[in-house]
Design a protein. Structure first.
Length: 276
């Protein structure tokens, strides 16, 4: 069985972060593991507090994983400080980690900031150069490319700039009132547009986490990047189309929309089939 590791923050409400990653990777058919960078007290309405893991303890988590079950892919999400970023980069290079997907999480869906200013520079200097692909949204792309992104042409310019500056593939995600569900991949000097169906659903908590972890899981299974992205987008479309509606804010998606196991049945279905 292929394996994947998520290095990210914990979302106690279950819609984003480590929790979303583990659900997503499992639904892609890979064995999912995690190393927690921070604990967050958050729900669908916002982030209340962040308790950061120490760099030393994070390294212990990474050593425990790599020394026993070597991951076929690594997804990196919330990294709130420069010290955490440096610890991750040092350990991943030590173990020659492969298929590294970085979701440069800077702002939560609710609008709450999730990263310190100094961590952005550390992310750029330490993590992006060792990444297979990074998955910024429009606001994150503007920070990384140091330019405004207001059109498809701007997206193409920004993706090229980020990819060429940091020597990695870039999946620049649309949305934020620009290109709706269309995403742009820049890889090996080539631009590839992924045209997605816009799904009317206000509950988008954890979409970035879900997409990046689905890409990592598909890379772990051996799919080339372009196909891994396409499969990940199809998965997230299904999760959004399931129209799960939980919480009082921007709620989570149904990561298990395609779960058809007998163990997933509701009690009413079980009663009808077994007559217990």
């Amino acid at each position: 069985m292929r394996t994947a590791l998520s290095i990210a923050g914990s979302d106690c409400s279950g819609g984003a972060g480590i929790q979303a990653d583990l659900k997503t990777m499992t639904m892609q058919g890979v064995y999912a593991m995690c190393a927690i960078t921070a604990l967050t007290a958050q729900n669908t309405t916002g982030v209340r507090d962040i308790f950061e893991t120490t760099p030393t303890f994070l390294k212990e988590q990474l050593d425990a994983v790599f020394e026993d079950i070597v991951p076929d892919a690594v997804k990196i999400g919330m990294v709130s400080s420069g010290e955490i970023v440096e610890a991750i980069a040092e350990r991943l290079m030590h173990y020659s980690a492969k298929n590294i997907v970085v979701d440069p999480v800077m702002v939560a869906t609710s609008g709450s900031s999730l990263i310190k200013t100094e961590a952005i520079r550390a992310l750029i200097e330490n993590l992006l150069p060792i990444s297979t692909v990074i998955t910024p949204n429009i606001p994150e792309g503007e920070i990384l490319a140091d330019m405004k992104i207001e059109s498809k042409a701007d997206m193409e310019t920004a993706a090229k700039k980020i990819g060429n500056d940091y020597h990695c593939a870039v999946l620049l995600k649309g949305g934020h009132s620009l290109c709706d569900a269309d995403d742009l991949l820049y890889q090996n000097g080539e631009l590839i547009w992924f045209h997605g169906e816009r799904i009317e659903n206000p509950n988008t908590h954890g979409t970035g986490c879900t997409l990046s972890s689905a890409i990592a899981a598909n890379l772990a299974k051996g799919f080339p990047l372009e196909i891994a992205v396409r499969r990940a987008k199809d998965y997230i479309s299904g999760a959004l189309a399931a129209q799960l509606d939980l919480g009082h804010g921007s709620g989570p998606m149904n990561h298990a929309f395609d779960l058809n196991s007998a163990f997933a049945k509701e009690v009413e279905s079980y009663e009808r089939e077994t007559h217990f």
